[in-house]
Design a protein around this ligand. Structure first.
Ligand SMILES: [Zn+2]
Ligand SMILES: [Zn+2]
Length: 264
């Protein structure tokens, strides 16, 4: 099983996950050209992408869902029942025959088994995903204002977790270009996960069999990769968890592909 973050930030999100026989994308928030180029680097033919799993309807996640599925006819769109209407409102020209609506049950795409779980975020509905192939499990959890035990439970025992670490709280509070309302939205219960909040999640994951974490969906304005990484490493060390020994930590690049994780 392979996974690679193709792009991740408040400006555009797309992650590739594949097995020997099945290739999928989580979100398509970057241009088709960019997806094609990056899949090319992974030696994956875009024609062989069988699904895009939508997390929610914000444009940094769905920007090229229409164009990608228009060009690649064998790609289906999977969307949670409570996101379906909002997705169609944003992308009214989507071919409805290519949309598969799921609710709370697990479903299969080829040899991948998909579990979704609800994330608290200011969209009509936002989900994270766990994708399983035999004994391997990869989870993706971005765009959430806070966590709860159900979310943590879904992430436990994943061989790789892609987790939001959106902003540094002080950088955000001091940002002169953000309105008070916008700051409150991001900091709120249905906004985005801060570096500090991500630290506490990763601590729990380290105790629950997770060995690799990619910190993702960084805000270019209110975070830096160095700050995000150092905050995490310092926090883990303070708890007696040694970064990159007990748990591997990487920060997703906002516009370039990251490490290609291969799970066996
Ligand atoms: Zn987002
Ligand atoms: Zn969002």
């Amino acid at each position: 099983m392979k996974a690679c973050v193709l792009a991740s930030s408040s400006k555009g999100n797309c992650t590739y996950i594949g097995s020997e026989t099945t290739n999928i994308l989580i979100d398509a928030g970057i241009s088709v050209k960019d997806i094609e180029y990056k899949l090319g680097l992974l030696r994956v033919n875009p024609e062989n992408i069988s699904a895009i799993l939508i997390t929610h309807e914000h444009s940094d996640h769905i920007k090229s869902v229409y164009n990608f599925t228009k060009k690649y006819k064998s790609c289906f769109i999977y969307v949670h029942k409570n996101t379906y209407e909002a997705l169609l409102t944003k992308l009214p020209n989507l071919d409805k025959r290519r949309i598969i609506i799921f609710y709370n049950m697990d479903f299969n795409i080829g040899d991948l088994t998909i579990t979704s779980f609800i994330l608290p975020h200011d969209a009509s509905c936002c989900v994270g995903y766990s994708i399983k192939n035999y004994q391997n499990k990869i989870s993706i959890c971005t765009d959430l204002g806070h966590t709860n035990s159900d979310i943590i439970q879904n992430l436990c025992n994943s061989k790789l977790v892609i987790l939001e670490s959106n902003h540094d709280i002080d950088m955000l509070k001091q940002n002169p270009h953000y309105s008070f309302a916008l700051k409150n939205r991001i900091l709120g219960k249905y906004g985005h996960l801060s570096n500090n909040a991500a630290c506490e999640v990763v601590e729990k994951l380290a105790y629950n069999n997770v060995k690799q974490v990619v910190l993702a969906h960084l805000s270019p304005e209110n975070n830096t990769p160095e700050l995000c990484y150092n905050t995490m490493c310092n926090y883990l060390l303070s708890k007696g968890i040694i970064p990159n020994v007990n748990i591997y930590i990487e920060v997703a690049n906002k516009s370039e592909i990251g490490t290609v994780f291969t799970l066996k």
